[in-house]
Ligand binder design. Sequence first.
Ligand SMILES: NC(=O)c1ccc[n+]([C@@H]2O[C@H](COP(=O)([O-])OP(=O)(O)OC[C@H]3O[C@@H](n4cnc5c(N)ncnc54)[C@H](O)[C@@H]3O)[C@@H](O)[C@H]2O)c1
Length: 344
Amino acid sequence: MIEVLNKMPRLGVAVAGLGRIGRLHAEIIKVWVKDAELVAVVDVIESLAKSVGESFNVKWYTNYDKALQDPRVDAVVIAAPTFLHKDMIVKAAEAGKHVFVEKPLTVTSEEAMEVKQAVEKHRVKLQVGYNRRFDYAYSKAKKDIEEGVIGKPLAYLAVARDPDAPPGWVADPKLSGGIFLDQLSHDFDMARWLMRDEIIEVHVVGGAYIHESVKEKGDLDVVSIVFKFANGAQGFIHGTRKFPYGYELRTEVFGDKGVIYVGTNRDELYARGTKDGLTYFGAPWFVKRFYDAYVNELTSFTKAVLEDKEPECTVIDGLRAVQIAEACWRSVKEGRPARVILNP
Ligand SMILES: NC(=O)c1ccc[n+]([C@@H]2O[C@H](COP(=O)([O-])OP(=O)(O)OC[C@H]3O[C@@H](n4cnc5c(N)ncnc54)[C@H](O)[C@@H]3O)[C@@H](O)[C@H]2O)c1
C-alpha cells in the first residue's frame, strides 16, 4: 500500500512571476505541498529567474511560452502583474496546463469572460487565489455560519487597511484594477463566501486624500462601500491604502442569533509593558498573516487537479469579484448606487 501511495503522480508545477507573492508560492510548493513538485520558475527578469531557480534547484525560464512547452509542467501558478493574467491564463489553457492564478482573476469582466471560455474549451482547472478562504479564522467563521451558530446572517462588515500606497505597477488602476479590485476584492470574495449570496448593488463614497501618487493615477485611497445582497442582507466595507500601525483586517458577520468576529489590528503575540503603559504593535503584513492560508490554498488546488474535482475558488468566483469592483468604479463616477452586472 505504501509503495502504491509513493508511486502516485505528483503535480508538476511552474511558478510564473517571482515578485512579492510568486517567490512565496514557489517556496510553498517546494517545501509544503507534498503532492506537488516545483519543476520550474519563470520571470522576465533574468537575474531573478536564475537566482530563484538555482536556490530551489529547478529549471528557470525568462520566457513563459517556453515554460509552457516543458512536458514536466502540468500546472502553472500565475503570480505576474494582474494586467497580464488574461493572456497568461489563455496560453496555459491552450497548452493544456491547469492554472492557479493570483487574485484578481483579470482587470476587466470582458477579460474574465475570455478566460472562462478558454478554460472551459480546453478543460483545464482554474483556481483564483482568494487565500482568505483557506485561513484558519475565516474558515472557522464559515463553518459556524453554515452550522447556524449566528442564525440568519444579516450584515457583513469589514475594515481593510493596507500599510501604505501600492507599489510599482499596482499604483495604476488600469493595470491593477485599483483599490476595489487589487485590495478590496478579497473582501468582496469573503462577503459572497461567508454570506453564501451575491452582492447586487454597491454605493461608494471615496477619494484620494493621502497619496499624491494614487491621485495622479486616478485611484482612491480611502473608500467606504455600502452594499446589498440578493436576499436582502446588507454590507459595509471600509478600505484605506494607509495604516500607520501596519496592517488592519477586521471582519464581522452579524446574524439574528449572534455575531462572528475575525481579525485584529494588533500583534497579539507581543506586547511591551513599561511605566508608560502596555504597548501592543500592529498586526503583521500579508506574508506572515496568511502564510498557512497560502499553503492550504495550493494544497487544495493540487488535490483538485489530481482528484479531478472543482477547485474551491472558481473562475465564476473570480469573475464576480471583478464585476463588483466594476460596479464600485461606476458608483464613484456617477455618485450614486450602482447595480452589479451579474452576467452570466
Ligand atoms: N493573495 C495575496 O495575498 C496577494 C498578495 C500580493 C499580490 N497578489 C497578486 O499577485 C500578483 C502579483 O503581484 P506582486 O505584488 O507579487 O507583483 P510583483 O510586481 O512584486 O511581481 C510580479 C513579477 O512578475 C514578473 N513578470 C512580469 N511579466 C512577466 C511575464 N510575462 N512572465 C513572467 N513573469 C513576469 C515581474 O518581473 C515580477 O518579478 C498580482 O495579481 C497581485 O494582485 C496577491
